[in-house]
Design a protein around this ligand. Structure first.
Ligand SMILES: NC(=O)CC[C@H](N)C(=O)O
Length: 303
């Protein structure tokens, strides 16, 4: 497959959509990003990377980090995590509170904010320093020791973090958060504020295309766990647009409000795409369009 030619074609096809949508505004540091950026990278299972546009430019990974946190929490702590977080699409916005009261403080899935807070809480208990552990893992998988937190974004999130604080306190009232809420929120905000490029993301997600094997060929997840994480990405990775994303793209994918999306073709390759303009559900407009073009042009999808 000539991935470079495919990327060139995709960039041309989605150019009219780059700049549509709006960057996230509820985190002021993200609102300042130029909405006309677009980058895309593909990493094949052997680690060769192809890219177009702003594919090497770091941006705020945001909710995409939820996938990596989940993988680490499962790898280090095992299946008991699923007693505290479900695996069903929520059909609600990523930062919604409404289901938690009816469902006893157990979030629907690990990719909405409530679920991700539970996962980070678990990782914090397992490691004592969840956000640093995650950053180190991402540095190793992307072979990029320069990966770093963006302190301005972390502080901006913290200053405007009432919603996430509410989610965490509410779950704590059900006994589903075990660390002090301020500590948990700190790690969650720093986790979201990791900066990565499309290339970093595609490389870091390769264990999901390699049935659980890390970049150094050691095993992070069992084959079955890798399949399970991909399945949850497909059904829950783009919040209340997961059905539409599966319909249009046909790949497990995880988005973030920084405008990035990571997607996986199991056994073949991983993709990182970035364009900051978001639709009303918080997914990158040009990013989703680019992934749709990818699966249409190449025929590579899980279906
Ligand atoms: N969808 C997202 O990327 C949300 C992440 C963001 N840091 C938040 O907690 O609100």
């Amino acid at each position: 497959m000539d991935y470079q030619a495919v990327l060139a074609r995709i960039a041309e096809d989605v150019a009219p959509q780059v700049g549509s949508g709006r960057p996230a505004e509820y985190i002021p540091a993200l609102a300042a990003v130029d909405p006309h950026r677009f980058g895309m990278a593909i990493a094949d299972v052997d680690g060769k990377v192809y890219g177009i546009g702003d594919w090497q430019r770091p941006f705020s990974a945001q909710s995409i980090t939820k996938v990596f946190a989940l993988a680490l929490a499962l790898a280090q702590g095992g299946d008991s995590l699923w007693d505290r977080v479900g695996r069903e699409p929520s059909g609600n916005p990523f930062n919604s509170l409404v289901q938690l009261e009816h469902e006893n403080g157990i979030p629907r899935n690990p990719f909405i904010n409530a679920g991700a807070l539970v996962v980070t809480d678990r990782l914090q208990t397992l490691t004592g320093d969840a956000s640093s552990e995650l950053l180190e893992f991402l540095r190793q998988e992307s072979a990029n020791p320069e990966l770093a937190f963006d302190a301005e974004v972390a502080e901006s999130e913290s200053a405007h973090g009432d919603r996430n604080a509410a989610l965490a306190h509410f779950m704590a009232s059900y006994g589903n958060i075990t660390n002090p809420v301020p500590t948990l929120l700190d790690h969650y905000f720093w986790q979201c504020a990791i900066e990565m490029s499309c290339a970093d993301l595609a490389l870091a997600a390769r264990f999901l295309a390699r049935h659980g094997l890390r970049a150094d060929d050691s095993r992070l997840l069992t084959r079955s766990e890798a399949k399970q994480v991909n399945a949850v990405m497909l059904t829950c990775g783009t919040y209340d647009a997961a059905g539409e994303f599966a319909y249009r793209v046909g790949l497990p994918g995880k988005s973030g409000v920084g405008g990035g999306i990571v997607a996986v073709v199991p056994g073949r390759c991983t993709l990182g795409v970035w364009s900051p303009g978001l639709d009303e559900r918080g997914n990158s407009v040009a990013g989703v369009a680019a992934l749709e073009r990818f699966t249409t042009l190449t025929g590579l999808s899980v279906f």
